[in-house]
Design a protein around this ligand. Sequence first.
Ligand SMILES: NC(=O)c1ccc[n+]([C@@H]2O[C@H](COP(=O)([O-])OP(=O)(O)OC[C@H]3O[C@@H](n4cnc5c(N)ncnc54)[C@H](OP(=O)(O)O)[C@@H]3O)[C@@H](O)[C@H]2O)c1
Length: 313
Amino acid sequence: MNEVSNETRFLHAIEMGLGAWQWGDRVVWGYGQGYAEKEVHEAFNTSLNLGVRFVDTAEIYGSGRSERLLGSFLKETDQPVLVATKFFPMPWRLTKNSLPRTLRGSLERLGLESVDLYQIHWPSPIVSPETFMEGMAICVKEGLARTVGVSNFWKQRIMRAYSTLSQHGIPLASNQLPFSLLNRTVEKTGTLARCKELGIRVIAYSPLEQGLLTGKYSTEKLPPGTRSSHYVELIKRIPPVIKVLQEIGQTHGKTVAQVALNWVICKGALPIPGAKNAKQAEENAGGAGWRMTDDEIAKLDEVTDGIREYPKE
Ligand SMILES: NC(=O)c1ccc[n+]([C@@H]2O[C@H](COP(=O)([O-])OP(=O)(O)OC[C@H]3O[C@@H](n4cnc5c(N)ncnc54)[C@H](OP(=O)(O)O)[C@@H]3O)[C@@H](O)[C@H]2O)c1
């Protein structure tokens, strides 16, 4: 097990974060229909009041709107907030210098001088991880990012990013990957274990499987928008999972969503559920601060084991 470096220790101490993709995104999440700035501002304030102080955004969320909204909310609070954002490998971004340049744009929208975590959103099909991580090293050295990480990096790419940063004495702080009871690829491929060994914090995105693990969607009530076709098959297989989540929830006085988030925490990852309003933010915050038993974890593992096929790493 690699020692967690001093620079990244704060990330390992965070149990629960808040995802901000839904803040401003109209295409997938329907921002402006049923919720808008007032509601997401309340989600932000509720989260802070309940001790959730790590917010994940990206330059591409709502084409910059998520970062701008977060920036305006930050101005109105004096509570400490940890901010993570992401660099998107647009096809015209081919050099290491594109990273500090792009980050300066994010910082302007956020109204900050530096972020706590800067992540590569996806690997590029044309630019090597080495080139991008050289750019990440510049971001750290120029004081624009406290720590740096990757997202959607698997297998050898993780090691390539890790090694390039190591040459600069900079730790690879995190890898943001899809991880929920309905998508256990990180566990099944050994990626979670490998990241833990290297001291890399696994940040779990879509920890509620985009709302499916709240129990509010079913074959009779599909989620709206693009999610309905995406989940049309998987949703048929979730009733036994929801049943076990409900049973465990009853023992602990917790909801289905809270148990689903707690399972991610128990596995050693940091969930960042997206919240559109105060009610969702409040419920999600209650996924942290307690632990289910090993038997309960085993029950959830068992009921989700065959839910989809997993690649071998
Ligand atoms: N790095 C990447 O490539 C990547 C990819 C995806 C996401 N992310 C990050 O991860 C965050 C979370 O992932 P995600 O947004 O895809 O999925 P998620 O957190 O699993 O689901 C979020 C959605 O579920 C519903 N929901 C959340 N809490 C709820 C509650 N307590 N009760 C009822 N419904 C609730 C809401 O949608 P409805 O109310 O419309 O159902 C919400 O928009 C994002 O915000 C983003 O920051 C990163």
